[in-house]
Write a protein that binds this ligand. Structure first.
Ligand SMILES: Nc1ncnc2c1ncn2[C@@H]1O[C@H](COP(=O)(O)OP(=O)(O)OP(=O)(O)O)[C@@H](O)[C@H]1O
Length: 338
């Protein structure tokens, strides 16, 4: 499978007062066609900043982007707005969290989908309308001829998200970026939307970046997972490997803080604290260090790098080798790594 996206040493910094602070720092990541790569992490880790950087949606006057973002073989990190406008909506599709803000409240559903087709493809009016009806069918909208003439506020949240997906896939993109696509929906609708996205991905063979803080969504959708903390990828592995053999203390904390049938009688290991605000992020040493103060200083690397601990499984900082939860005896519950 070919890479549709190759990110190399990406750093995205925002101007706050007179200084720039990196919200995405030294991120390198590949996405192949027909592959779903999930990006997970708590609020403020830099997931959306990463997605917006790929799509070139940041306010250029207040954002500095360094590093490379190759869409196929073209570096789009610093390309022109007109080129990005051409790519977005045709080669690169986007699905945002809140369908109400992603849709234009003043335009009918039919016109909104047609607009994407008009911008990127030459078609007769009849062929365009036929394609819109086909897309509405593809995303499971009942009575598409009727919905074609309706406005977003006349539809439920789940139906609106289907419309957003129809717009994102209208031109059969090679790369789909979905930022919390089901967070605003209730649980039954969530799983319908995830099923729909899986089916559509199979159909158009797109590479997908799925941003989520929901590990259930990751388990259901992802082929590989990148765990982000404080702007950096701290662990990267296939979804099976990440769930079966998590290594980084942050990944282990994320997994241990999710209640499951297996651990229902156990106390959950919740690591205290939050991701610090951008200007206060630690820039030297292990960024997670302050949240695991019981791990000795000399267990952390001075300049933490990503280490390949197993083929395709990368972990940042050597502290993973020494980590245990605060209420565990050291060595009692060590995970695989030595
Ligand atoms: N335009 C901006 N200007 C200044 N700081 C920003 C800007 N956008 C994001 N940030 C900051 O960058 C950091 C990363 O934010 P980001 O929205 O990427 O996190 P996230 O992981 O997507 O969180 P969430 O899950 O809440 O969306 C946060 O500290 C946030 O406050």
């Amino acid at each position: 499978m070919n890479d549709v996206l190759k990110i190399r040493n990406l750093q995205t910094s925002f101007k706050i007062q007179d200084d720039y602070y990196a919200a995405v720092d030294d991120v390198s990541l590949d996405v192949k066609e027909n592959e779903v790569v999930a990006i997970v992490g708590e609020s403020g880790c830099g997931k959306s900043a990463l997605a917006y950087s790929i799509m070139g949606l940041h306010n250029k006057a207040k954002t500095k982007i360094e590093g490379k973002i190759y869409y196929k073989d073209e570096d789009i990190a610093k390309t022109s707005i007109s080129r990005l406008n051409k790519l977005r909506g045709s080669d690169i599709g986007m699905i945002f969290q809140d369908p109400m803000t992603a849709l234009n409240p003043l335009m009918t559903i039919g016109n909104q989908i047609e607009e994407t087709l008009i911008l990127h493809k030459k078609m007769s009016d009849k062929a365009r309308k036929d394609r819109v009806i086909e897309l509405l069918n593809d995303v499971g909208i009942p009575r598409p001829e009727h919905i074609y003439h309706q406005y977003p506020h006349q539809l439920s949240g789940g139906m609106r998200q289907r419309i957003v997906i129809a717009i994102a896939i209208a031109n059969k993109p090679s790369l789909l970026i979905a930022d919390e696509p089901t967070t605003a929906l209730d649980v039954t609708i969530q799983s319908q939307i995830l099923d729909l996205m899986k089916d559509l991905k199979e159909e158009i063979h797109a590479g997908v970046i799925m941003i989520t803080h929901d590990l259930g969504v990751v388990a259901e959708m992802a082929d590989r997972v990148a765990v982000m903390y404080a702007g950096q990828i701290v662990e990267l592995a296939t979804v099976e490997e990440l769930f079966d053999n998590p290594q980084h203390p942050y990944t282990r904390s994320l997994l241990e803080s999710v209640p499951s049938k297996a651990n229902k009688d156990e106390r959950l290991h919740v690591i205290q604290g939050v991701v610090p605000p951008l200007p206060n992020l630690p820039r030297n040493g292990c960024r997670f260090k302050s949240r695991i103060p019981w791990i000795a200083e000399n267990c952390h690397e001075e300049n933490p790098a990503l280490h390949e601990v197993k083929q395709g499984h990368f972990v940042r900082c050597t502290c993973y080798k020494h980590f245990h939860f605060m209420d565990e005896q050291e060595g009692e519950k060590q995970h695989g790594a030595s």
